[in-house]
Ligand binder design. Structure first.
Ligand SMILES: *Cc1c(COP(=O)(O)O)cnc(C)c1O
Length: 402
């Protein structure tokens, strides 16, 4: 038991109430296990919302962080730094991209992507080409530009005038995209798998069709891979499953394995429109973050880790489908790799929060995605016994709700 002088009640007294955290306070993590203030153990299938790609307290990440902590913490972008350059080279060597811009979060990576797309169109085609098309139910972050771009009114309403020139179309509906796109469109932004709104993958023909429409109208295609990138889906980036190449890609969640960092990747001819002084950030490309992300990259981008993602998915898929049938609770188990969405059947759809609460009581941390989907986004190196135990605890939780 930790000798703590703070409790969950302090959250309600001191923190701006934009969150509604669980009733327990985690204090320690190891691999895919977490312990709370009372010493109770949990299997963590949330991965800090698809972030802790190598679980908790991975020794190689601790070492990378410690080593860098003794050298240089922060230096600003008035100077460049070795970890940032090393990480940039790795990202470029293994993707479509020629250039990287580092940020601290997913929203900032998208903010950079959207600003770059507008600047590129402005420079090449003039000031009337600024329209952005996004998908309904999409999520792109919480800055003003990214909530305006995201396709969920509940996140963008009530903050004054919307940013002009953004429209939203139904996801996976190529005809709707074709009707919306024009020569005034500067960019289309899509998640290859819609994460926050329910772990919904794009259809192959949809992404191929959108790519062709963007080319026809000289619009840039932005893939928001903040959630799907860095091994989460079993490939380094989700676009690699589809073989549809974006012009700009954003990534963040998995990139630092829990240390805050984001990145925007793009092609040379586009990157040149972010010339010196046009955009920037104080912390982006911070040496501590990049040192950790370098290590994350090396471990994730290995045949062994990516094969483990596929094997773990098979195990989860079978177990979750079995539970789904036994309790008539899941209509579908979807997503790719270790981004898993369990779609609740109508009779369970009002009980998402109850399931998550009951799971916590059994010692299991789970996520929600959209109103009716349980989301699992565990460590990419989760051990088989933790998968088995986690699924067992899920079943116990469900059986208590019957
Ligand atoms: C989480 C997420 C973001 C926002 O990232 P933050 O780091 O919270 O700013 C943007 N896009 C997608 C697809 C995400 O899943």
């Amino acid at each position: 038991m930790t000798n703590s002088s703070v409790t969950r009640a302090d959250f309600d007294n001191y923190i701006v109430p934009v969150y509604s955290p669980a009733s327990f306070i985690p204090v320690k993590g190891q691999g895919s296990k977490v312990w709370d203030q009372q010493g109770k153990e949990y299997i963590d299938l949330t991965g800090g919302i698809a972030v802790n790609v190598l679980g908790h307290s991975h020794p190689a990440l601790i070492e990378a962080l410690n080593e860098q902590a003794h050298k240089l913490w922060h230096i600003s972008n008035v100077f460049t730094n070795e970890p940032a350059l090393q990480l940039a080279k790795k990202l470029i060597e293994h993707t479509f991209a020629d250039r990287v811009f580092f940020s601290n979060s997913g929203a900032e990576a998208n903010e950079a992507a959207l600003k770059l797309a507008r600047r590129y169109a402005y420079d090449l085609y003039g000031e009337q080409k600024y329209e952005i098309i996004s998908a309904l139910n999409s999520f792109h972050g919480r800055t003003y530009f990214t909530v305006s771009t995201g396709g969920q009114a509940k996140y963008s309403k009530g903050f004054g005038p919307r940013i002009e020139g953004i429209s939203h179309v139904p996801y996976n509906d190529l005809a709707a995209m074709e009707a919306a796109i024009s020569d005034k469109t500067c960019a289309v932004i899509l998640e290859p798998i819609q994460g926050e709104s329910g772990v919904l993958p794009a259809d192959q023909a949809y992404l191929e069709g959108v790519r062709a429409l963007c080319d026809k109208h000289n619009a840039l295609l932005i893939f928001d891979e903040v959630q799907t990138g860095m091994g989460r889906t079993g490939k380094l980036f989700a676009y690699m499953h589809y073989n549809v190449i974006p012009d700009i890609l954003s990534n963040a969640k998995c990139l630092g394995g829990g240390f805050p960092i984001g990145a925007m990747l793009t092609k040379e001819h586009i990157a040149q429109h972010f010339s010196t002084g046009v955009h920037g950030t104080t912390f982006g490309g911070n040496p501590l973050a990049c040192a950790v992300a370098n290590k994350v990259f090396d471990i994730v981008n290995s045949a062994e880790t990516l094969a483990h993602v596929a094997q773990s998915r098979t195990l989860f898929q079978q177990a979750l489908e079995t539970i789904g049938k036994t309790y008539n609770i899941f209509s579908e188990v979807r997503g790719k790799g270790l981004l898993i969405g369990c779609v609740l059947t109508p009779q369970w759809q009002e009980r998402t929060a109850d399931i998550i609460k009951a799971a916590a009581e059994e010692g299991l941390m789970l996520l929600q995605a959209g109103p009716h989907v349980l989301r699992l986004a565990p460590s990419l190196i989760i051990e088989e016994q933790d998968i088995i135990e986690g699924v067992k605890r899920l079943e116990q939780a469900i059986s208590k709700l019957l």
